[in-house]
Write a protein that binds this ligand. Sequence first.
Ligand SMILES: [Zn+2]
Length: 259
Amino acid sequence: MFKILRILFLLLVLMSVWGTYRMQQTVAKDWSGVVSIKVIPVLADDHASTRTFVNSLKRKDFKEVTQYLNQSAEHYGRDLSHVIELELAEPIDSIPPNLPEVGAGKLAHIIWSLKLRWWAWNNQLNDHEDYHIRLFMLYQSPAEGVQLRHSTGLRNGLIGLINVRALAPNKRFHNVVLTHELLHIFGASDKYDTRTGEPHYPEGYVQPNAKPLWPQQHAEIMGRARALSQDQHEVAERLSHTRLSELTASEIGWTHSAN
Ligand SMILES: [Zn+2]
């Protein structure tokens, strides 16, 4: 009996992997079809304040994400106004499996991604037919006081796990993190030092040829922060404080150099 169940499970996982793989062939590759994004709020703790915050979320809180992407795409001569669709799902209180520790091997990542698929399937979240990309927003009360885990966006899996504080004044910052992880799913790479948070030069700079070089006017969305001087930087708290550079645009296939 166990053996049959195990084989069935493996088959399901394989089907899901194959489905995602096929989806990746079309999603955000040539930007010709609709890209559906589902934002799923997760109650990451049982604080009443977290629940109040999550229940207050509206679809319009995330509207600036599509606006930002559309405007950025327009800058590169792309009209995405009918391409990117973002929906807000009902909140859930089941937490996805934790990411492997930093520096964990490839096997740990494979196991994690299988666990994640199993978890999603158990939570009836395997509706890839309708939704291409799923972004889980893990809201946690500041009262928890624990450090937030790293957010991540997986191209292979079309899934994002975004760890944020359930604080109303942070809503616009949440959209910066969400967009950054979403762009990872589209194929963009990080352009900052994960240890210090400093944007890399020149790829993490919006204007790497500016004279004077500092302070930079905007943060590159994948560089997270704008450099103020050689050793100072300021993390972008709103999407309007960021720009999407030519390099990022080419990584996600908006410009020809990526094809
Ligand atoms: Zn990143």
